[in-house]
Write a protein that binds this ligand. Sequence first.
Ligand SMILES: O=C(O)/C=C(\CC(=O)C(=O)O)C(=O)O
Length: 302
Amino acid sequence: MHQDPGWLNWYAGPSKPRFQLPPGSVDAHCHVFGPGAEFPYAPERKYTPCDASKAQLFALRDHLGFARNVIVQATCHGADNRAMADACIASNGKARGVATVKRSVTDEELQALHAAGVRGVRFNFVKRLVDFTPKDELMEIAGRIAKLGWHVVIYFEAVDLPELWDFFTSLPTTVVVDHMGRPDVSKPVDGPEFELFVKFMREYPNVWSKVSCPERLSVSGPPAVNGERNAYRDVIPFARRIVETFPDRVLWGTDWPHPNLKNHMPDDGLLVDFIPHIAPTPELQRKLLVDNPMRLYWPEEV
Ligand SMILES: O=C(O)/C=C(\CC(=O)C(=O)O)C(=O)O
């Protein structure tokens, strides 16, 4: 199984971050890919990545100074959660997971995922990544996982928020938005598009946001490579606004191994050095990296 032509592999030999992560920090958005020989990619996938194993993820965690991971099911594995669940189990409690399930999932399967460490499901609305799933199916799944105390992670692009608003605001669980709902950062941070996202969080206290993926959102960079510790300046006002306005409902993750990046691959050490630009005080950093993810994924330890 070969990765797609032009696929960018993750950055080899990332630097040590200069920013010292607070003790107990959680990388709350990352993935494992296969390895394909052990955990085959889904037939319905829209991309074939390079393999990115749990051992490689855990080595990155230790290198960067994170204590824990939240491993999010990537669309290349469809609703086959085995690679993600296997990684969670192998982490000895240092990783939780977010799964993708279909309406046909059984209660026994949900229980097994819970035992592995899964605490949420992901609904993906990014059209290049998934085929459409009817909203009544998703709502049925949300109702079932709510009983397990899980939450729903949603991934969508900013232009689609108006159309998805009614569905999102009727979800019965905590709702975690991936990458701030992918704002177009060439538009103003106080323009109507991002204001709608801020309103979404302001009016619905069950909505959280990952302030992750500047490398995906940035238009003008500069990229986090070659020692650049002041990267992705155009994303900073957006992420910082969300962190400062909703300090108790934000999460951060590397997004390693960075699927589907087209023009560069960030040095993950430099990506960690982006954090103090969006969470400038020790208190904001502790909430973003420790308190919030612990409350959501390891509540029994809080
Ligand atoms: O890793 C991410 O969060 C973003 C992705 C990939 C993805 O979501 C997936 O494959 O499930 C993207 O924008 O291509």
